[in-house]
Write a protein that binds this ligand. Structure first.
Ligand SMILES: Cc1cc2nc3c(=O)[nH]c(=O)nc-3n(C[C@H](O)[C@H](O)[C@H](O)COP(=O)(O)OP(=O)(O)OC[C@H]3O[C@@H](n4cnc5c(N)ncnc54)[C@H](O)[C@@H]3O)c2cc1C
Length: 310
């Protein structure tokens, strides 16, 4: 999330992401120029290497195959099969890893039942390999369908979680409405450009809502993933959990993105918390990269410096 001042910049970057010209140029040169800071690479083998290193440092990992808004049902089945293969590979190798995926990557733009079927298969493969799986939250137009699929999945699979975005006004009610499920939720601020009729325009409000959601989740049974690089929020959540005598591992975990706030991630780990790094890989890294650049416009300079010094 950007501050008030940064918001036009954020809008400009997310807007540029829709330009075919920008997409072509960045897709051609982006991996060389610096996308690698945020993604493990284009192949599962590159992901596995990054995951082993992260596990060796004490981090759990979450694998994400990059991709979204897929309109071809065969492709959604191929993505589903790849997630299932990954989960089996984690079990075979004993990696401390699970997966996180987007419902539009497995068919939500085509048909809700197709997305549900694919998500069920991933949940089943995760269960068989003794792991959890979380669904990302995408643009606000997908929230109802994502939560509906989450509820349907929870009937047969307790190992499924979903993300909620603190920038949406509705998220508090959404969380309150699912507490009876003892949900597995990941709290995030929200990475998309949303209008002010659905999302807080001011960063201070997004941050305050984040803390409120995290506390509500932690005050109830379930499992909470605190996904943020915001050190102040991490401290507030840690204090809240301590005050309620929640164990540092078992009821919640912190999550951060690969390549961001590495020193912070290490320090949270040293304090005895479980920390999971979300490590994405795959060929369709363009929208993911643009969201990471929009979160911190300084990253654009970093990215462009890569272009100029080569
Ligand atoms: C594990 C994980 C899963 C996520 N899943 C989702 C999801 O399902 N749906 C969704 O909408 N969003 C998701 N997000 C993204 C999230 O919504 C935010 O856009 C992102 O985390 C940045 O916000 P922040 O909480 O780090 O706080 P901010 O206040 O934005 O940042 C706090 C500090 O972190 C650092 N920082 C933040 N972003 C960057 C960056 N890109 N590059 C360098 N430094 C940075 C800066 O130092 C900044 O001062 C996820 C994030 C994480 C960590």
């Amino acid at each position: 999330m950007g501050s008030m001042l940064e918001r036009p910049m954020r809008a400009a970057i997310l807007g540029a992401a829709d330009s075919p010209l920008v997409r072509r140029a960045v897709t051609r040169y982006g991996m060389r120029l610096g996308a690698r800071r945020f993604v493990a690479g284009e192949t599962a083998a590159e992901f596995m290497t990054a995951a082993r290193v992260a596990n060796g440092q004490g981090f759990a990992v979450a694998a994400t195959i990059l991709g979204e808004s897929v309109r071809d049902s065969d492709e959604t089945r191929a993505v589903t099969a790849e997630y299932c293969r990954l989960l089996r590979a984690f079990a075979d190798e004993g990696l401390d890893a699970n997966v996180a995926f987007k419902l539009t990557h497995v068919g939500l733009d085509i048909d809700e039942d197709l997305a549900f079927e694919n998500a069920s298969q991933i949940a089943k493969a995760a269960h068989e390999s003794g792991r959890t799986v979380r669904m990302d939250m995408e643009q606000s137009r997908y929230v109802d369908r994502t939560l509906a699929i989450y509820r349907r999945l929870r009937v047969g699979h307790r190992n499924v979680g979903v993300a909620l975005q603190s920038y949406l006004y509705r998220s508090r009610a959404d969380l309150a409405g699912m507490l009876e499920l003892e949900p597995n939720v990941r709290i995030v601020k929200g990475a998309y450009l949303e209008p002010s009729d659905v999302a807080y325009p001011r960063k201070a409000d997004v941050d305050a809502a984040y803390v409120g959601l995290a506390q509500l989740a932690l005050a109830h049974d379930g499992y909470t993933a605190i996904a943020t690089h915001d050190a102040a929020i991490i401290d507030r959540v840690a204090e809240f959990a301590d005050a309620r005598s929640l164990p540092r591992r078992g009821r919640f975990e912190f999550q951060m993105l690969y390549g961001i706030a590495t020193a912070l991630a290490r320090s949270v780990l040293r304090r005895g918390y479980r920390v999971r790094l979300s490590i994405p890989f795959g060929e369709y890294w363009f929208p993911y990269l643009m969201r990471r650049l929009a979160e911190r416009p300084a990253n654009v300079a970093f990215f462009l410096r890569g272009a100029l010094t080569r």
